[in-house]
Design a protein around this ligand. Sequence first.
Ligand code: PNS
Length: 157
Amino acid sequence: MYPGSFDPITNGHLDLIARASRLVDRLIVAILRNEAKAPLFSVEERMRMLEAVLHPYPNVEIATFEGLTVGYAAERGANVILRGIRAVSDYEYELQMALMNRRLRPEIETVFLMAGEAYSYISSRLVKEVARHGGDVSGLVPEQVCERLRWKLAGPA
Ligand code: PNS
């Protein structure tokens, strides 16, 4: 299971999903329902963007969850949690989460994939910031996401 906010999905996420889909039988891309993070896109919008870009991967399923990641992984019978690491700066937070998740559910292993080097500086947060200020984010997110960002940021607040 690959959990995350995906607000919105970036080409970095997509690269990770493409590579992970070749490593596992079945991959659940799980969007956390967490309004406390004040997302730009609703869960439904994020889900539609994921659907639009993930249809070429037949073993990838999209889901949403609330509560603990390991709780949902256990509920779905997922024995691996997948996360991407970009730079050293990701490591500390990811280590904390992985250790906490292991404490909660030792039978679920967290597996890290290194982000593709072309994507190592891309984050949803920076993409939103650049797009919000009129910068060009093509090549950083899938084309469908570019369109949704333009539409979202041009539309009524
Ligand atoms: O894409 P993100 O925002 O980096 O993903 C973070 C996510 C969703 C993986 C993390 O916030 C999470 O697992 N939240 C669910 C609550 C939970 O399980 N917390 C304990 C983990 S230490």
